[in-house]
Ligand binder design. Structure first.
Ligand SMILES: Nc1ncnc2c1ncn2[C@@H]1O[C@H](COP(=O)(O)OP(=O)(O)OP(=O)(O)O)[C@@H](O)[C@H]1O
Length: 449
């Protein structure tokens, strides 16, 4: 009998171990919740002080504290940053630390690789939250291996009208493209690095919101043509693109007249009934717009660059935002290109073929971000380094979204496509359903979410 019980127990233990091993590979989130999180929490509690000590993150106690310790006959030892809060999440552990006098966030950043190994987690990102406080964002496993966005974010219109959850960050948080905070952005990356996937995620996210979408895709529209049911204007060659950019500048000037009439300085200060719809302009492969084959094209190119620079400098106030994508974006694209790049403060850099491209995208943001972009592997398409003018950056990866799914979302929300009279000449013709478009083209009737 006892042999039988032992055999059953052994079988139970083995199948539980096998199940956990399977979960570790196939369902890391489950494994983390069941095993990784409790183990890491205990390890953190037991080893925190000694780890901080060996990592050089302790300081001598204040005189008052040292005197108190001596008075109570306790040993005067160096002190680590005080743990203010430990929060357990489905992807990791978030620890808020109060920095001891003499330490700065950079000290923790420099030690983050050592801390990661000491606490046995996949990665640690140090975030400077408030003066005197930092947050250690520990991730228990590689959350970017298979990207799954939190379920709530699948609902259309989550967040404000101009906040689109577009990718997952390596610390398990969600990377949100917030057009109000960062109006214009540049997405760079080599062939097959995931630029179109990033734009597709954005288009799908914006399709359900009250915005006008404009597409400029001078590769004859091959990347964006499936989404035109939701576009208010579309250009597929440099000549049409030049006309469309002129029209956008015209729209911008009309909107400034409107602001002036209402004596306000920003679109969002206008009364709701007078407020024009925000516009997001997607430019795919910007080099196609800039490269010239004949001398005669140069004037048109220079004019386009000038118009883009004007939009990038001024259009934020009137709710026109630029989303520019390309393999490279440097002085080789001609006069004004680097000036335009400086105005595109949001940067997303996918895998690059050379250091210079990473420098174009992230050099003016942070040297560490640049190095991180050069380390992206070819077998991880969609992985990118996202940064902004504040110097903050993080590794992100978009979820996989097919062209069919994006086209279906565009068709579903085609009824939201605003008519912008200034861009009427560039309004794409209605398209017939594509092979993967499950939903019918219907501009008059909203479809329930
Ligand atoms: N986040 C992702 N997860 C998984 N696969 C991805 C991801 N992003 C891109 N891919 C895959 O990588 C390949 C290239 O992606 P994509 O077309 O977006 O790259 P690209 O940079 O636009 O390429 P190109 O410049 O050649 O047009 C596609 O097969 C796509 O399915």
């Amino acid at each position: 009998m006892s042999d039988l019980v032992t055999a059953a127990e052994v079988a139970g233990v083995l199948s539980a171990a096998g199940g956990l091993g399977y979960a570790k590979v196939r369902a890391p989130r489950v494994w983390w919740s069941l095993v990784g999180l409790p183990v890491t929490r205990v390890r953190f509690a037991l080893t925190y002080e000694s780890t901080m000590d060996v990592c050089g993150l302790t300081v001598q106690p204040t005189r008052a504290r040292a005197a108190l310790l001596r008075a109570t006959r306790k040993e005067v030892l160096p002190v680590p940053p005080r743990v203010r809060r430990v929060r357990m999440t489905s992807t990791g552990l978030r620890v808020t630390l109060r920095l001891a006098a003499g330490l700065e966030p950079a000290d923790l950043v420099a030690a983050s690789a050592r801390l990661r190994h000491a606490f046995g987690v996949y990665s640690i990102v140090v975030v400077d939250t408030k003066p005197g406080l930092v947050e250690l964002r520990m991730t228990g496993y590689d959350v970017l291996r298979r990207v799954r966005m939190p379920r709530i974010l699948h609902r259309p219109r989550t967040g404000g009208p101009l906040m689109v959850p577009v990718a997952l960050r390596e610390d398990g948080g969600v990377f949100v493209r917030n057009y109000l905070r960062i109006p214009h952005a540049l997405t760079l990356g080599a062939n097959q690095s995931g630029k179109s996937m990033y734009q597709r995620n954005l288009i799908r996210g914006l399709a359900s919101r009250d915005v006008a979408l404009v597409g400029i895709d001078c590769k004859r529209g091959v990347e964006q043509i499936r989404f035109v049911s939701r576009f208010s204007a579309f250009a597929t060659d440099p000549e049409t693109a030049a006309g469309l950019l002129d029209a956008l500048v015209g729209e911008m000037e009309d909107r400034f007249d409107l602001l002036s009439l209402h004596q306000v300085s920003d679109l969002w200060e206008l009364p709701e009934d007078a407020r024009p719809v925000p516009v997001v302009v997607f430019v795919d492969e910007v080099a196609e717009l800039f490269l010239t084959s004949a001398k005669a094209d140069e004037d048109r190119r220079d004019r386009m660059v000038k118009q883009l620079i004007r939009l990038a400098q001024m259009a934020r106030a009137v709710g026109i935002y630029l989303e520019i994508c390309g393999q490279r974006f440097g002085s080789e694209l001609g006069r004004g290109a680097t000036m335009l790049r400086a105005q595109l403060t949001g940067r997303v850099c996918h895998r690059v073929n050379d250091k210079q491209t990473a420098e174009m995208g992230l050099g003016d943001i942070s040297p560490e971000a640049m190095v991180a972009a050069t380390q992206i592997r070819a077998d991880r398409p969609g992985l990118a380094v996202a940064g902004d003018a504040s110097g903050g950056w993080s590794r992100i990866r978009t979820p996989k979204v097919t062209t069919d799914e994006t086209a279906a979302a565009c068709r579903r929300y085609a009824y939201l496509t605003p008519d912008l009279p200034a861009l009427a000449a560039f309004r794409p013709p209605a398209v017939s359903p594509g092979p993967g478009d499950a939903l019918p083209l219907d501009k008059s009737r909203p479809v329930a979410d």
